[in-house]
Design a protein around this ligand. Structure first.
Ligand SMILES: [Mg+2]
Length: 102
């Protein structure tokens, strides 16, 4: 094996023993983002979608679902969070200062 030891659960460990993000996980995330953008191309209500996905992740964990099912929900949470990072949430584009919860 090259300079990285691959362990799906632990991520990559380089020759210095430093752990880094598992590239396979990032590939899964990229696939999920492309799928989500194809299905829901708009960027309105992404915060609401994120909360929905967090709820589904919590439900999967609390109900003792399989690791695959929990991972699928976790990737969906990360997907929506990254969409907010890259696209923002248009629902809040016109939010006036007096409407914020500060
Ligand atoms: Mg979900």
């Amino acid at each position: 094996m090259g300079m990285y030891e691959i362990n799906r659960g632990m991520g990559y460990t380089n020759k210095n023993g430093t752990k880094s993000v598992n590239v396979l996980t990032l590939e899964d995330l990229a696939v999920e983002i492309l799928f989500a953008r194809g299905k829901f191309p708009g960027n309105r209500f992404l915060l609401a979608a994120l909360m929905e996905e967090v709820g589904e992740l919590a439900q999967a964990m609390l109900q003792g679902k399989s690791e695959a099912e929990i991972n699928a929900e976790a990737i969906q949470v990360a997907c929506v969070a990254l969409r907010i990072f890259e696209e923002q949430d248009a629902t809040f584009a016109d939010l006036k200062p007096e409407e914020s919860l500060k």
